[in-house]
Design a protein around this ligand. Structure first.
Ligand code: UDP
Ligand code: MG
Length: 138
């Protein structure tokens, strides 16, 4: 069993897609074991996306991520990281496969509805960023 961090980004929440995203996760065998809604501060968004701090999109991305509430979840399942990334689709929605969340709902390369961890190491960092160990019990 693996774990991954999922975020429904401010654009997903604003578009009323919380239920749609959760339905797709559950239909694909990913179990939600932790969940909460919050709004990040700019400092928190900058820490969360630390790996991207040298990228040209860093300032815009971290501003966008503070622009409204987000839904943060820990997902558990077989190959959770890869499976969830498959359900999300490619970062750029124009390149995302048919039937993926980003292909169906993203409006921009930045405003792409969802976040997912990309490796066991980043999943551990990202889960610990939002949840304490006693919350992540499954
Ligand atoms: N992003 C962007 N411009 C880019 C690449 C990425 O605005 O050229 C944003 C987008 O919201 C993406 C996030 O930065 O989801 C993190 O980028 P990453 O490459 O980690 O993509 P992801 O893992 O989310 O698919
Ligand atoms: Mg990433």
């Amino acid at each position: 069993m693996g774990k991954t961090l999922s975020i429904i980004k401010p654009d997903g929440v604003a578009q009323g897609l919380i239920g749609e995203v959760i339905k797709r996760l559950e239909n694909n065998g990913l179990k939600i074991i932790c969940m909460k809604m919050l709004t990040m501060t700019k400092d928190q968004a900058e820490s969360f996306y630390e790996v991207h701090k040298e990228k040209p999109f860093f300032e815009s991305l971290t501003y966008f991520m503070t622009s409204g509430s987000i839904v943060v979840m820990v997902l558990e399942g077989e190959n959770a990281i890869a499976k969830y990334r498959e359900i999300m689709g490619a970062t750029n929605y124009r390149e995302a496969a048919e039937g993926t969340i980003r292909r169906d709902f993203a409006t921009d390369i930045e405003k792409n509805i969802v976040h997912g961890s990309d490796s066991p190491k980043t999943a551990a960092f990202e889960i610990g960023f939002f949840f304490s160990s006693f919350e992540v019990t499954g």
